[in-house]
Design a protein around this ligand. Structure first.
Ligand code: FAD
Length: 281
């Protein structure tokens, strides 16, 4: 296995103090595995602006793992984004995940000055030069609002060429969709690393709901097996751990440049996969 591979864990900022304490405990547990970075999501429209900022600063300075805030452009003005970039830059943050974001329903159409993530990437480069390593989102199974796969690829290529350094994918359960996506974007002249986003399986009904919304397909053979377990959470987790570990192994054997775990603020499901894969500490 190449030493160059990168491993990262994603958190979401919590609303409650108790949730935040748990997040920090999870981060400290994961920090022992020496990941390349942690990332923290951002509520489009700025709903988590302070919480994302505070979480990232704590991860970076207290947990002492490089932390990457997510930043989204719909619903935020350029002045707000500029202020946030300045805060991150002066706090020593070196990596960002630049997104369009999804406004919560009821907030109407984007009120920000930018409509797509490629504009945000260009804006960050104009404002801060090469200070930040910019991650962008990739969708091996196509973004749910894209008109078609070819359009989505072209939009991804535009976003990468706007100045991205690497990409993290939406989660998926079909390794071939990842390999096909990477092959197609390479043919279109994009050579940045594209790191698979990995969603451990812990709860089937939540996963099914979320996957519908974000356009991640749960293959029939998996869906049927997960449904068959009903309320048996232990079997769902054991099965999930097995199929996701196998998929990760295939991804890494096939040349994926690392893994990014969607932890949902829990350490154990990601670590179970980590141990199965015998990833480095
Ligand atoms: P874009 O790249 O702008 O694409 C959005 C859609 O518009 C696509 O269908 C694309 O094909 C199309 N498009 C792109 N550019 C153009 C153009 N110039 N003209 C016409 N059409 C275009 N959401 C959050 O709110 N907060 C988060 O913290 C967050 N973190 C995420 C992390 C990862 C790794 C991923 C994969 C997703 C994350 N999301 C997050 C979800 C993301 O914001 C949504 O999927 C959103 O709908 C799209 O964001 P994007 O940056 O991929 O958008």
């Amino acid at each position: 296995m190449s030493e160059e591979r990168r491993y990262s864990f994603e958190f979401f900022p919590t609303k409650t103090e108790a949730g935040h304490v748990k997040l920090l405990a999870t981060a400290k547990q994961l920090a022992r595995y020496n990941p390349d970075f942690f990332s923290c999501t951002y509520g489009a429209g700025g709903s988590t602006r302070e919480r994302t900022l505070n979480t990232v600063l704590q991860l970076e300075h207290e947990v002492k793992i490089a932390a990457a805030p997510h930043l989204s452009c719909v619903g935020d003005s350029k002045a707000e984004l500029r202020a946030l970039l300045n805060q991150y830059q002066s706090a020593g943050i070196k990596r960002l995940v630049a997104l369009r974001g999804d406004l919560p329903s009821g907030m109407g159409m984007a009120s920000g000055e930018m409509r797509y993530a490629n504009e945000l990437v260009s804006f960050i480069r104009e404002e801060t030069g090469t200070h930040f390593h910019i991650e962008i989102a990739a969708y091996p199974e196509m973004h749910p609002q894209a008109r078609n796969f070819e359009d989505d690829l072209a939009n991804f290529v535009r976003k990468a060429h706007a100045g991205a350094d690497s990409a993290i994918t939406q989660y998926f359960f079909n390794a071939d969709s990842y390999f096909y996506f990477v092959e197609r974007v390479r043919q279109l002249g994009v050579d940045i690393p594209i790191v698979p986003g990995i969603m451990p399986i812990t709860n089937y009904s939540k996963l099914a709901r979320f996957s519908d919304a974000c356009g991640a397909e749960i293959p029939r053979w998996m869906r049927k097996q997960l449904e068959a377990y009903g309320d048996d959470a232990q079997s769902i987790q054991a099965y999930g751990e097995q199929v996701i570990s196998q998929m990760c192994e295939r991804l890494l054997d096939g040349g994926a440049p690392g893994l990014h775990f969607y932890t949902l603020n829990q350490a154990d499901p990601s670590l179970a996969i980590w141990h199965n894969l015998k990833l480095p500490r």
